[in-house]
Design a protein around this ligand. Structure first.
Ligand code: BJW
Ligand code: ZN
Length: 316
């Protein structure tokens, strides 16, 4: 990977040391070196499979079994993955600087598992391990870490004989084919050995509605993943808390934008909000093309490379 420029590293460290109000905006690239795939770009989850088809309320209404299988797989992968050095470095910075707040788009739970102080961690897009009741009459929401969440969503044990592709394969088959190709972690980790099992899977059984996760409160409502889908509002309390933090900051000194394509709003908009309050911007990304919306200036930093390596270096 490209070496960090000493001049950049020095000027950044100096600014970080004198900074009091600091934001970090996190995206999927932060968890790449924990073996979890990103959404867009090379190796991205959604390139060969239409994202909008799965991460929308409409997709869930149309085929909750399919969407639950997708999220069950993601929960399984996230459970097997481990926080990387960047997750720990961010948690450590939060303990060192009380004016440091992390805004995470990630739903994988790795920042929490790195013991990031919760009062300084805002989850913009919810969590794979939150569930909510979909019944109009019920307001249940809660945590659920069971893997699988229900037996019908178990990833089959053992290695089935690889089957030749058949003509009868439907769209559901191509989902798992896509997962096999794209959800395999690049960086071999504890997760990958078990995840290979799903790579072998070539067909998906349809799951009867009554075998999907149901609400422990009202008993009849179907549960859904507690993540934020396209067209849905971000959690109100989270947005309000961030808004209060921004408004109550006379100035913001720094925003560190890590492993995000900065394409999804309102999350991506926090970089410009911080800039309006005077913040200098530091970007950590493997792709120089993925600078935040309004681009970078002379006052900013671009650290090119793997977040798992660079973040612990620059936050030291
Ligand atoms: C590495 C690396 C390594 C790789 N090291 N780096 C304004 C303009 C236009 C549209 C809108 C707008 N405001 C709102 C919208 C609509 C929409 C939106 O933004 N659309 C855009 C796509 C155009 N937004 C919404 O719908 C949001 N809701 C909303 O606005 O409500 C109000 C409203 C309602 C109705 C109408 C209008 C407004 C909700 C957005 C929810 C996003 N949800 C998802 C799915 C979560 C559940 C799940 O996980 O399945 O969140 S989408 C997906 O994208 C996920 C991610 O959190 C999010 C961001 O992706 P991220 O993290 O940036 O990942 P990638 O893959 O895109 O990028 C990875 C980056 O890492 C790349 O840059 C790599 O180079 C880099 N990288 N390896 C360092 N080792
Ligand atoms: Zn319920």
């Amino acid at each position: 990977f490209p070496a960090l420029s000493t001049a950049d590293l020095e000027s950044f460290s100096k600014h970080l040391q004198s900074s009091h109000r600091i934001l970090a905006l996190l995206g999927a690239g932060l968890s790449a070196s924990s073996g979890l795939p990103t959404f867009r770009g090379a190796g991205g989850l959604w390139r060969s499979h239409d994202a909008v088809a799965l991460a929308t309320p409409g997709a869930f209404d149309a085929d909750p079994g399919l969407v639950w299988q997708f999220y069950s797989y993601r929960r399984h992968m996230a459970t097997l993955a481990k926080p990387n050095r960047a997750h720990y470095a961010l948690a450590e910075l939060a303990r060192r600087k009380e004016g440091f707040v992390t805004l995470s788009q990630n739903v994988d739970g790795l920042s929490q598992r790195a013991n990031h102080p919760e009062s300084q961690l805002h989850l913009l897009h919810g969590s794979l391990f939150d569930v909510k009741c979909t019944s109009f009459y019920c307001t249940y929401s809660g945590k659920n870490f069971n893997d699988p969440i229900v037996p019908a969503l178990a990833i089959p044990r053992g290695r089935p004989e690889p089957k030749p592709a058949s003509d009868e394969q439907d769209a559901t088959d191509s989902l798992y084919a896509a997962m096999g190709n794209n959800m395999r972690p690049d960086d071999t980790d504890s997760a990958s050995a078990e995840l290979d099992i799903a790579d072998e899977r070539t067909s998906l059984p349809g799951i009867p509605l009554h075998d999907l996760p149901h609400c422990p409160a009202c008993k009849t409502g179907l549960l859904r993943p507690g993540v934020v889908w396209f067209g849905e509002m971000l959690p109100e309390a989270t947005v309000d808390a961030i808004e209060d933090w921004i408004i109550s900051s006379p100035t913001i000194d720094l925003i560190v934008v890590i492993g995000t394509s900065s394409k999804v709003y309102p999350a991506a908009g926090y970089t410009d909000r911080a800039r309006e309050k005077g913040a200098r911007v530091a970007v950590v990304n493997v792709d120089r093309g993925d600078a935040p919306g309004s681009g970078l200036t002379e006052r900013d930093w671009f650290f090119e490379g793997d977040a798992g390596t660079i973040v612990p270096e620059i936050l030291k």
